[in-house]
Design a protein around this ligand. Structure first.
Ligand code: RIB
Length: 304
């Protein structure tokens, strides 16, 4: 079995659940709040580790109580946290997540995440590892880290979320790009909506491959996922889920996908598995706490 190395963000998610979103200028009473570990990097690391694959995380937290809680949560989830740096004088990343009417809206204060840089990564890439990154930490660091991992022969998975324009050399060092419909539209300048036909999604994925990514996986929420490689385009159907909160479902997909790749699966096999893991995660509140264990995913796979 290989291992998963996640480089990226950690946030304390302040999850506020209300019956509806307040209008601009309105004060809405009656909400409930939960402080839950999150951040795309942390979520992806927890997803991979809970599925039983050795996982390490590199990232930055502030010298505050939230930073301590995030580190402790990762350690409890069996993620190696030796690569976490504490940035003096900085607050840990914080995400304000409003959950209402079956949907969420997220505002992020990056804090220490914006201080993360490539010199904070002490591990040397090895061929048996899958390196994972997203776009919630500085692009320059992601670029340097993923290019070094690729050059050393490790496999690389980049989650282009939240989307920002990506240097061509970075994309050329990515084995698998994972992104949702909105990010795919932004990355390719294509009109893609939740109702766009799968053929349009496949065409946009192919555009991203032409830009340099080895394979492209588009996550389509209730519609499952699409995997486009050099040889093939495969639609992976979704499975039934009782949706409570979709926050972190994309991160669950990425972490589970990387875990299966590290275990020797092909991108299509990994996407099928990750799709089921993500369906399990939406049935609980929160991002990182909702990541499933391997036994739960195995049970859902059997009944799917
Ligand atoms: O993808 C979900 C994550 O986005 C949340 O955990 C929040 O921290 C933001 O980073």
């Amino acid at each position: 079995m290989g291992r998963v190395i996640v480089c990226g963000s950690l946030n304390m998610d302040v999850v506020v659940q209300s019956v509806r979103r307040p209008k601009p200028g309105e004060t809405l009473l009656g909400a409930e709040v939960a402080f839950l570990p999150g951040g795309k990097g942390l979520n992806q690391a927890v997803a991979a580790a809970r599925l039983g694959v050795p996982t390490s995380m590199f990232g930055a937290v502030g010298d505050d109580a939230f930073g301590e809680r995030l580190r402790a949560f990762l350690a409890d989830s069996d993620v190696d946290t030796l690569g976490l740096q504490v940035v003096p004088g900085q607050a840990s990343g914080l995400a304000l997540i409003q959950v209402a009417e079956g949907d969420n809206a997220i505002t992020v204060a990056s804090g220490a995440n914006s201080c993360f840089n490539e010199s904070m990564v002490s591990a040397a890439p090895t061929r048996d590892a899958v390196w994972v990154a997203q776009f919630e930490t500085p692009l320059q660091a992601t670029d340097a880290i993923m290019r070094a991992a690729h050059q050393a022969g490790a496999r690389t998975v980049l989650n282009l979320a939240p989307f920002q324009p990506c240097p061509a050399a970075l994309l050329a060092s990515i084995d698998v790009a994972v992104l949702n419909e909105i990010e795919l539209a932004q990355a390719t300048g294509t009109e893609i909506a939740a109702t766009s036909p799968v053929s349009a999604v496949v065409e946009a994925c192919r555009k991203l491959r032409v830009q340099g990514a080895g394979a492209v996986v588009a996550t389509l929420g209730r519609r499952g996922a699409v995997v486009v490689t050099a040889d093939d385009a495969v639609a992976v159907p979704s499975i039934e889920a009782r949706v409570v909160d979709t926050t972190g479902a994309g991160d669950c997909f990425v972490g589970a996908f990387a875990a299966r790749l590290a275990d020797g699966a092909s991108p299509v096999e990994a996407a099928r598995y990750a799709n089921v893991a993500a369906a399990c995660s939406v049935e609980r509140l929160g991002a990182a706490p909702s990541m499933p264990a391997a036994a739960e995913v195995a049970m859902r796979l059997r009944s799917a």
